[in-house]
Design a protein around this ligand. Structure first.
Ligand code: NDP
Length: 246
């Protein structure tokens, strides 16, 4: 019998999500990850592991659509039972200063980065509670803590995650379910690929550790929180930004 703990990672096809998938597979978890449109990248990632079928599976799921999440959760519960952990990583930005921000850019970002958390918990939480041991981690952002020019939609969604996380942590703690957020500063992924090199160089100079985070810097914190090191940590936001925000 396969006794690996099952972890669901949303948006695992690229960037931070892909690093989380890789790190958790190496740490002997059974990882189920989702993608929205990049099936090819999802396939390449999953195929990079030995015994792929046993350690890693992927499904398409637009996390911004409640019915998509429902469908996926039903499949997962049927196939694997309730997961040990849910990593809400899928996220998007649609930046613009407020006076130029469209309603659809507002809604897309709120639906993807915030409402999706409710959808997954709506369909999974009840059965996760029965395990009496589990983790929910939301990949947040320093924008959610400090706000950011051009990111009213994104900062509102990430900031909303924080209140949601703290409320949930209080509600489910006595079931030994830990709920936390990880708030990265800039991380080298597609998401920041449009930031000019000059701006990134300035950011590095302002960062005490003088570098931009790599996706694995975030993945290692996820692994820590899922492991024994995280067993008494709940309701917290762990900032990973090289000291940029101090
Ligand atoms: P990327 O743009 O590199 O990857 C985004 C991932 O999310 C992809 O796997 C993508 O799938 C998936 N995704 C996007 N929208 C949806 C959707 N509606 N439904 C399902 N999956 C979706 O982003 P990052 O890796 O940089 O970001 C990951 C998380 O980290 C996000 O929550 C982001 O807000 C947060 N973050 C990132 C920072 C950074 O500087 N990079 C800084 C702080 C926080 P597909 O490949 O199919 O498109």
């Amino acid at each position: 019998m396969n006794d690996k703990k099952v972890v669901l990672v949303t948006g695992g096809s690229r960037g931070i999500g892909a690093a989380i998938v890789t790190t958790l597979v190496k740490q002997n978890y059974k990882v189920v990850f989702t993608y929205k449109q990049n099936k090819e990248q999802a396939e390449i990632l999953a195929n990079s592991f030995n015994n792929q079928d046993e350690v890693c599976t992927y499904y398409p799921c637009d996390v911004a659509i409640s019915d998509n999440v429902k469908e996926l959760c039903e499949i997962l519960l049927e196939k694997y039972g309730p997961p040990y952990a849910l990593i809400n990583n899928a996220g998007i930005t649609k930046d613009n200063i407020h006076i130029n921000m469209s309603l659809s850019d507002w809604l897309d970002v709120i639906n993807t980065n915030l409402n999706s958390l409710f959808y997954f918990n709506h369909y999974l939480l009840n059965s996760m509670l029965m395990n009496k041991d589990g983790c929910i981690i939301n990949i947040n952002s320093v924008s959610g803590l400090r706000g950011n020019v051009g990111q009213a939609n994104y900062a509102a969604a990430k900031s909303g995650q924080l209140g949601y996380m703290k409320s949930l942590a209080r509600e489910v703690g006595h079931f030994n379910i830990r709920v936390n957020c990880i708030a990265p500063g800039p991380v080298e992924t597609d998401m920041i690929s449009t930031i000019p090199t000059k701006t990134l160089d300035q950011l590095k100079k302002l960062t005490p550790l003088r570098k931009i985070a790599q996706p694995n810097d975030i993945a290692l914190m996820v692994a820590f929180l899922l492991g024994d090191g995280g067993r008494h940590i709940t309701g917290q936001t762990l900032v990973i930004d090289g000291g940029l925000s101090i």
